[in-house]
Design a protein around this ligand. Sequence first.
Ligand code: GDP
Ligand code: MG
Length: 343
Amino acid sequence: MEIGIVGLPQSGKSTLFEIMTGTKSRELHGETVVRGQATVPDARFDRLAAVFPELKAVPARIPVTDVHAAGEKAWETLRQSLSGADGLLHVVDGFSIPEVDEVIASYRRLEDDLVLSDLMVVENRLEKLRKMSRTAMKPLDQTHLAILPRAQEQLEAGLPLRKVEFSEDEAFSLRSFSFWTIRPELVVINTAEDNLALAEAFQEKAALSSPVIGICCEFEADLAGLSAEEQKEFLAPLGLDEPAFGRVVRAAFSLLGRISFFTIGKEEVKAWVIPAETKAPRAAGAIHKDFERGFIKAEVIHFEEFETSGKSWAAVKAAGKLRLEGKEYVVQDGDIIQFRFNV
Ligand SMILES: Nc1nc2c(ncn2[C@@H]2O[C@H](COP(=O)(O)OP(=O)(O)O)[C@@H](O)[C@H]2O)c(=O)[nH]1
Ligand SMILES: [Mg+2]
């Protein structure tokens, strides 16, 4: 799981990457790809960690990748570098010309490039497939021959692949192409300090199906060096009570369809990241493969209930609030779980 940052040159990609991950990127000019981890803000987890001050708090993180795109066909050369990205964060310059039509044009400029770049991949593959004899074709070739024309049609119309309804199997068979436009996208409008409303104007006028969020990267980069108290002083006049990059990370997290559950161990309180709709044994496997193999039961309580039922494992157990769940249990966002397993 990973989120990839894309955007035109000088749109603020690396600035955003730095505030999200705390990893320097703009100094690493020699590198085309820079990876970091962004902490997912979660008030419930913070409150849980506060109950156990003696334990180390390990919040949920998502890997984020910044790329240095430059020159002709830049995105074509970067396709493999971002092949592991499950979602894209598309940064748009909203600060140099804060005019909504310009910002939409700037968004489309990259989107069109990515559509074209995907179209080239589709056309190359179809050309090769059409030269193959039917008998030489493997099942995957036949699948591609059946579904790529649909992709081609969409891309030729200038539209991203994320709008095509592929079945789960079809989408899986397309994974090896690492298409840009098949991935879900979060649009981040990088605005001037006093102009967060531009993001709303963009959202209204561009009418995309992708979520849109506004942030002033430069301002937030300046905030990063300040104490929490000082940050609040600067944020209050803008009507914000916390830096906006936290909202960007949270939006990216839900874009990827991820949720988190918590464990309270001997040394750590930890938030684990899993896909939504994950069943208990697979969730146990996120901690350790042995937990999945030897899964017996999961002792579960949701955070909200934990908080109102005594805030300790012994107390919630005594109150009869601890649920014993089996293999079919679908883990919920904010569950606190203790797995029982057999190795
Ligand atoms: N005025 C203004 N400048 C910004 C903002 N965000 C980034 N920049 C500047 O734009 C330039 C490019 O930023 P960078 O993050 O390196 O862009 P990248 O090429 O997309 O990675 C830098 O000089 C930044 O200081 C912003 O919100 N406002
Ligand atoms: Mg950069």
